[in-house]
Design a protein around this ligand. Structure first.
Ligand code: ADP
Ligand code: MG
Length: 400
């Protein structure tokens, strides 16, 4: 990990001033096979307490920008500093830790687990942070209160309206107490009344001190932010005034490189998201069994695929990286703990066979079987002479 002096790029600030919260320096990102970069020499400085709207046409690099900022994707040029520390030099584990400490994500689709209770959904990100059980409840409850869902704790998420589900997604992010909320078109699926409510909540979070970066197509929503960044063909420009629907890129100002807007390029060739991840996402959304959904989610946690990504949903631009890690993870063994709904399982219980069969049928699972877990209390070491008969073994499989 390297630390780069902040004063080197921001001479207006005193050299002993704390480093910016987030800082992109000449960041580039070029997806393999794409005819142009998704991010091109992006410079952006975000200070604690900023509320920044990011606007730009479809395919201009907005999600890529947010995914790089949220450590879901790595830039392939330039440096990205969080609290003055260069993240590009960090390993995945360190990036995972930093991501779960600093960022909360809200995507266009809420990615809530429909069969799970509102309170369980809100507490998902806290598992990653290894917050103790009792505290998870308290923090999830507080976040839900804040988002006006405190009276729906036990409701299954699929019974919520679209607007409520998106508020639940924000509560799930808020429960982790992120310093920064990264919201990628969070109102894209909502009508205008619900959009307003969601934006009001983001503004309230900002008023309480959270830094907010918000991607939106809607100029009226963007107008509510304090800073306005436009992105076109991967090039950032910042304007002081709020964008209008036809706004051209304004002159550069605080924190953003003053690059000239380029002529528009041909339409993007579309995402080349890997079929592998699509399978996994399809599996996740089409599975009707609550158990298997939970297993998939837990499997994602277990293999550490930017655990938070799994807990808050998979953004499209993050798919390439995630799928690469899924492929790597496919070489690993994943241990799935079964929900302890009725305590011990008999080895003859046919649910064990059914679960194994179901697990083995999931995409990319090569084999599935059971492991017996023996607690020290149940284990007994016996010594027997070679000519004695073996002691009878009594073994019960435990579900945990
Ligand atoms: P926006 O969010 O502004 O619509 P994106 O950041 O999703 O734009 O995409 C920017 C460009 O990068 C587009 O041309 C898009 O097709 C491309 N792109 C995004 N993600 C990937 C990916 N995983 N693989 C290949 N190309 C991608
Ligand atoms: Mg996008």
């Amino acid at each position: 990990m390297s630390t780069v002096p902040h004063a080197a790029v921001d001479p207006g600030r005193r050299s002993d001033a704390p480093p910016a919260l987030l800082e992109l320096r000449g960041v580039g990102k070029h997806f393999a096979g794409a005819d142009r970069p998704a991010l091109d020499g992006a410079d952006l400085t975000v200070h604690e307490g900023d509320f920044i709207a990011i606007v730009g046409p479809s395919g201009s690099g907005k999600s890529t920008l947010l995914n790089v900022l949220g450590l879901l994707d790595r830039p392939d040029a330039g440096a990205y500093l969080v609290d003055g520390k260069d993240t590009t030099a960090m390993g995945e584990a360190e990036r995972d830790r930093l991501r779960s400490r600093v960022f909360g994500f809200v995507f266009q689709s809420s990615h809530v687990l429909g069969d799970e209770a509102v309170s369980t959904n809100a507490a998902l990100g806290l598992r990653i942070q290894r917050v103790p059980w009792d505290e998870r409840d308290v923090r999830a409850g507080e976040a839900l209160d804040l988002l006006g869902l405190g009276h729906r704790l036990g409701t299954r998420a699929k019974l919520l309206s679209g607007g409520e589900r998106q508020r639940l997604a924000i509560a799930r992010a808020v429960a982790t107490r992120p310093r920064v909320i990264l919201a990628d078109e969070p109102t894209g699926n909502l009508d205008s009344a619900n959009s307003r409510i969601v934006i009001e909540h983001l503004r309230e979070l900002h008023a309480r001190g959270t830094t907010v970066l918000l991607i939106t197509h809607d100029p009226a929503i963007a107008a509510q932010a304090d800073r306005h960044v436009r992105i076109e063909d991967g090039v950032l420009t910042e304007s002081r005034s709020a964008p209008t629907p036809s706004a051209a890129a304004g002159p550069g100002s605080r924190g953003v490189a003053a690059k000239e807007a380029r002529p528009p390029s041909p339409p993007a060739s579309g995402h080349r998201a890997s079929a592998l991840l699509d399978d996994a996402v399809d599996a996740l959304s089409s599975l009707s069994s609550r158990f298997l959904r939970t297993v998939l989610l837990m499997a994602a946690f277990a293999v550490g695929i930017g655990g938070l990504v799994a807990s808050v949903g998979l953004s499209q631009t993050a798919t390439a990286q995630v799928s690469a890690r899924l492929t790597a993870a496919a070489l690993d063994e994943v241990v799935v703990n079964l929900p302890a709904d009725d305590g011990l399982l008999d080895p003859d219980d046919d649910r064990l066979t059914r679960w194994s069969t179901d697990l083995a049928a999931l995409p990319h699972v090569q084999a599935a079987g059971h492991l017996a877990e023996i607690s020290p209390a149940d284990a007994r070491i016996t010594r027997s002479a070679p000519d004695e008969p073996e002691p009878a073994a009594a073994l019960t499989l435990a579900s945990s």
